[in-house]
Design a protein around this ligand. Structure first.
Ligand code: UDP
Length: 478
């Protein structure tokens, strides 16, 4: 008899921006495609926060179909405090995890049919080869960024120089070009950043897989997805937007109680993702901007850091004693009747889903972007690092879901006046109403893509079918 239930292994790299979509993919494979899924998580502080909250089996599924294996904690203390970027820390963690991952796979009785890793997990693809599993990479970002990243690993130094030194837009076949201002820091630091060579290796490995999954959908990025399909041999599977569902357990928290008391669409939610941090001067400008806007706000705040905009990435739980002394004198007292400042972390999906939220000042991490779209919340784009500047450009220039600071001071500072004006544009002015209408269209498009018969639904179905075919081929000894 032919087997009908594929077993798929997912390997998540550290960082909430990777872990959350991988877990959502796992749940969707179980609940919508009747697959059995084992998620391998590399133990970090982040993993321990979410493991208790996010790993519940999806409603209606057999609990045995979603298993989680926490891989041993990886010691990267040799890299801490030495100015090593968060990207290199993730890479090192993942490389050191492969051995443990292999041991887990080798001792499984029912071995997975396929392995899905995220962009930092490509070192583990050799394990899939060894055990005759299909192999896929899940890009937890969008198609435009993927096309750009792929292209930058294939071009020659002359083209990189034209873009980075002469500040010419980078042309990507079939896609919108990328402006110098939005380009990735790895490229800016080329040839001194060892990550560039490493990325080349990652992208070569990716192009030799059975497919690339992306957290986007055909209707959001038709041009970039068409370009990728036209120019690449590796199959492209846009399966998003996969965002975390609302958790009922947090709906009566203090934050939610505060939001319940605010008028509809009146609050700006301010958050820079799981790792974003600002300089002290920028925190002060932001405080003043919020105060001067005279609008309601909910601000997830982190202690300022001067050097690294990803200052809290991978270290979230170690970061703060809740001390807010760095805020301008009297700020909390003057704004207490219309603002709530929350140290370190808020239940973001629940916040964005709350009717009182009228806008999201975001660092444009891709998960935050998708969560905002899925909840129909217009954005103020304030990118910090990684691919966030491209995301901000796409949101503002291409799909009309956000506004962005027009003028930054030469030192990169967004001034209080600019902040005040952006908040008022989103919450009060006509511009905000247009963006709100546009984002409601995008919200509907996202829901349609995921519903039965929608583009992402069908593509994930195809993927599950390919895994079933592989399972049967294996079963019959081919
Ligand atoms: N997040 C959250 N509460 C916070 C900050 C972040 O729940 O206070 C979640 C957010 O909902 C998103 C993820 O953490 O799912 C951040 O991912 P994103 O890709 O937006 O940014 P990154 O953290 O990777 O920069």
């Amino acid at each position: 008899m032919e087997a009908t239930k594929p077993h798929i292994a997912l390997l998540a790299s550290p960082g909430m921006g990777h872990l959350i979509p991988v877990l959502e993919l796992a749940k969707r494979l179980v609940s919508h495609q009747s697959s059995k899924v084992t998620v391998f998580i590399v133990a970090t502080d982040h993993a321990s926060i979410v493991s208790s909250q996010l790993l519940q089996p999806p409603a209606g599924s057999d609990g045995d179909d979603l298993l989680v294996v926490l891989l041993p904690f990886i010691d990267i203390s040799d890299m801490v405090g030495s100015g090593v970027s968060y990207v290199r820390k993730i890479e090192a963690t993942m490389l050191r995890s492969v051995l443990f991952f292999r041991i887990e796979i080798s001792k499984m009785e029912s071995r997975p049919t396929a392995l899905v890793v995220d962009m930092f997990g490509t070192d583990a693809l050799g394990v899939a080869d060894e055990f005759n599993m299909l192999k896929f990479v899940f890009v937890t970002s969008n198609a435009w960024f993927f096309a750009y990243a792929l292209h930058t690993t294939e071009i020659d130094i002359k083209e990189i120089d034209e873009h980075v030194k002469n500040r010419k837009p980078l042309k990507i076949p079939g896609c919108r070009p990328v402006m110098f201002e939005d380009t990735n820091e790895t490229l800016l630091n080329y040839p001194n950043d060892p990550s560039y060579e490493r990325f080349k290796d990652i992208f070569i490995k990716m192009s030799l897989t059975d497919g690339i999954l992306m957290n986007t959908w055909d209707e959001l990025e038709p041009t970039s997805l068409k370009a990728l399909r036209d120019t690449r041999k590796v199959p492209i599977y846009p399966i998003g937007p996969l965002v975390r569902p609302i958790e009922k357990s947090v709906l009566c928290s203090g934050i939610m109680n505060w939001l319940n008391k605010q008028p509809e669409e009146s609050v700006i939610y301010v958050s820079f993702g799981s790792g974003g941090t600002l300089s002290i001067q920028q925190v002060i400008e932001l405080s003043w901007g919020l105060e001067l806007s005279q609008q309601r706000f909910l601000w997830v705040i982190r202690p300022p850091t001067e050097k690294d905009a990803a200052g809290a990435f991978l270290t979230l739980t170690n970061g703060s004693d809740g001390n807010l002394d760095y805020l301008p004198d009297g700020f909390l007292a003057r704004t207490h009747d219309r603002g709530l400042v929350v140290p370190m972390w808020a239940p973001q999906v629940e916040v964005l889903n709350h009717p009182s939220i009228g806008g999201f000042l975001t660092h444009c991490g891709w998960n935050s972007t998708l969560e905002s779209i899925a909840n129909g919340v217009p954005m103020i784009a304030w990118p910090l690092y990684a691919e966030q500047k491209m995301n901000a450009n796409m949101l503002t220039e291409d799909i009309g879901a956000s506004i962005q600071a027009a003028a930054m001071e030469s030192d990169g500072l967004v001034t209080r006046g600019e902040i005040r004006s952006m908040i008022r544009k989103i919450l009060v002015d006509h511009e905000g109403r247009n963006i709100r209408a546009r984002i409601k269209e995008l919200k509907n498009s996202a829901a349609k893509a995921l519903a039965e018969g929608g583009s992402s639904y069908n593509i994930l179905f195809q993927l599950a079918e390919i895994c079933i075919q592989h399972l049967n081929t294996k079963a019959f000894g081919a």
